[in-house]
Design a protein around this ligand. Sequence first.
Ligand code: URP
Ligand code: ZN
Ligand code: ZN
Ligand code: ZN
Length: 461
Amino acid sequence: MRTLIKGGTVLSATGASAADVLVEDEKVAAVAAPGVFETADEVLDASGKYVLPGGIDAHTHMEMPFGGTHSVDTFTTGTEAAAWGGTTTIIDFAVQSKGTTLTATLDKWHEKADGNCAIDYGFHMIVSDVNDTTLKDMETCVDAGVSSFKMFMAYPGVFYSTDGEILRAMQKATETGSTIMMHAENGIAIDELVAQALASGRTGPVEHGLTRPSILEGEATARAIALAKVTGAPLYIVHLSAAEALAAVAAARTEGQNVFAETCPQYLYLSIEDLARPDFEGAKYVASPPLREKRHQADLWRGLRTNNLSVVSTDHCPFCFKDQKELGRGDFSRIPNGMPGVEHRMDLLHQGVVAGEISLARWVEACSTTPARMFGLYPRKGVIAPGSDADIVIYDPAARQTLSAETHHMNVDYSAYEGFEITGKVETVLSRGKVVVSPSGFGGGRGHGKFLARDLCQYLS
Ligand code: URP
Ligand code: ZN
Ligand code: ZN
Ligand code: ZN
């Protein structure tokens, strides 16, 4: 089966050029000057459109257990929504709960995902119980294609690890060539502020933001960087939201340390003003780290331009407003933490291109090429080149759309971006050569997506 994508502008992390792309079965066969290939079994006209490597969302939580409930997108609904938005790979987090092993956790996440995904997927491992077995099992995970481990400096009593536990896991990461991903917020201090707010009757959603000040993200980020320096471990700061944290990352990178960071669209476009929406609507915007004051946004865009922020992921972790966010009415600390977003990352970051905040090449790099390199998937993913998987998006940069829960495909009853007007829209999506999204609708389905056993990370500076 040969598919020809004709007449488009092919994008990469280094630029754009007029080219045609020939796909043979699941792979890119060739990229050539317009008109070199005359025909194929199927021809897709990309005139006036961008042709870019499928998005890689390196931070999602499908069916994630949290506080007695779980995030509402399944691996099927979540990966279908991702595909609609031009994302063709997700890396989701398997969650070790205390008292279980990493290997049993990995088995459990394979049971949830295998045969159910519409696009390709990999796993990171959340480590929440550091002991000799866990450390040994990190080796098994790396061998099984799970080469990155997330740890938490937040959520005492749940996912939290002490500095000593983090140090031990980092030593193992150094030994195995794997990466430590860090949720960097000072959870011990935050829990005190939360208790004080509740005791004084401050219970609404905005308190979630006020009790998690950005300086405590900056402090934890700097501490994680120090622990990584002592152990030699590569460090990837997840969902960075604060100027103070970015400054710590930038300083470490200037010194040449292997420190990287991602941010998420919600920190670029939303703010603590959304958390302060009346009538409990702010609960829709509760995630950790919290949405910040708007002053942080300019710093984050600058971080994206200068590569101190290397990746944009979504931290997609949807909970319904009606029956789940509701659990925290009268006590903000019980609002399930997380926001939906897997469908709209490519569109939202394209607004950064439209606004002149980032270049087209940077859009592709932060949303596809760098996550592929960072997480051991390159050049199979993240680039349109001979031999790569034919994960390809045809994007209409001139189309207009309005984001809404009425039209999105995520299995959640609200949109964090309700009413946002977007310039640009996904037209067609190929996942390993199969057209899964086209102007005539969804052509993919559960089971098409395959597990990606990832290599070790390829660090970029
Ligand atoms: O609030 C969030 N971000 N929920 C998902 C879990 C995490 O910490 O990434
Ligand atoms: Zn986190
Ligand atoms: Zn997350
Ligand atoms: Zn629901």
